[in-house]
Design a protein around this ligand. Structure first.
Ligand code: SF4
Length: 271
């Protein structure tokens, strides 16, 4: 289950303490828990040496450490691009409110799996189950994805699973360009940290967003594409298979193609 906002703020301060050795203590007594916005507005006090400055209503405020006069932003850390690990990146961006999806999400869905995965699976955006649990691909489509991976002898734990947009679009609509434009840099940073050998892009929204072009599935399936230097294979989104089971045979072909390339890669690596 995704941590609640109070846990995340605490995590953030733990991280700051570890990183900078500052004595940052968060007094949670003053924080209400009725809603995220409520929480944000009520983050009032961090022991006697710290104060909070509010930015905008729907953003978590700046925290000022009076002893160092340093401002610490609790939205997206300014230096998130310098993150050295997936966990650090998660911690630094999980309060993101850069697009309007931040206001309506229940949970930020960062991604899950092996941080050193050879294969990264990239979908479109979280749905209701994912939003509820803070994890990618956990609903019916996610269960189907697990089976698809298992069909080529891969477990969810071996790969890394993420979406282009980290927050659920209302009513499961497609993420809008403005939203994916804001969110894609986080995905790029995830790819930079994980360094997968292969990307499996699920669905046309995913591939169109990644390659900045409108495609037909028939034109991109069965081909080895390139996404910022990483080999990419495209197939149907599992949610599309739930609507149209006839496409399962195409997905089977696509993942077998991926498995073959991956085996070739492993063999080469071993020699
Ligand atoms: S969808 Fe991405 S950019 Fe928009 S609020 Fe969520 S994390 Fe931030």
């Amino acid at each position: 289950m995704e941590k609640n906002i109070l846990d995340r703020i605490n995590d953030y301060f733990e991280y700051m303490r570890e990183s900078f050795g500052e004595n940052i203590l968060l007094d949670l007594d003053d924080i209400q828990s009725s809603s995220k916005e409520q929480n944000v507005k009520n983050v009032m006090k961090i022991d006697n040496s710290k104060t909070i400055e509010r930015n905008e209503l729907d953003k978590i405020s700046m925290v000022k450490d009076i002893s160092t006069e340093k401002n610490i932003e609790l939205t997206v850390a300014n230096d998130w691009q310098n993150s050295n690990s997936i966990d650090e990146l998660h911690l630094k961006i999980n309060n993101c409110m850069e697009c309007k999806l931040g206001k309506t999400r229940k949970n930020f869905v960062f991604g899950s799996g092996n941080p050193n995965a050879d294969i990264m699976v990239i979908g479109e955006a979280p749905g209701a189950d994912e939003d509820e649990q803070g994890l990618p691909f956990v609903g019916r489509a996610g269960q189907l994805l697990t089976k698809i991976l298992e069909s080529i002898s891969l477990s969810r734990e071996e790969v890394y699973i993420a979406n282009i947009a980290k927050c659920r679009p209302p009513n499961n609509r497609r993420p809008e360009k403005e939203e994916t434009d804001k969110c894609e840099p986080y995905l790029l940073k995830q790819i930079e940290l994980i360094k997968p050998e292969f990307i499996l892009s699920l669905g046309l929204t995913s591939v169109d967003t990644l390659l900045k072009k409108t495609h037909k599935m028939a034109d991109v399936r069965g081909k080895l594409l390139d996404y910022h230097g990483t080999k990419m294979i495209v197939t149907y989104h599992p949610a599309a298979l739930l609507r149209n089971p006839n496409w399962k045979k195409f997905v089977w072909e696509d993942v077998k193609f991926l498995r073959r390339l991956y085996d070739e890669y492993l063999e080469k690596k071993a020699n």
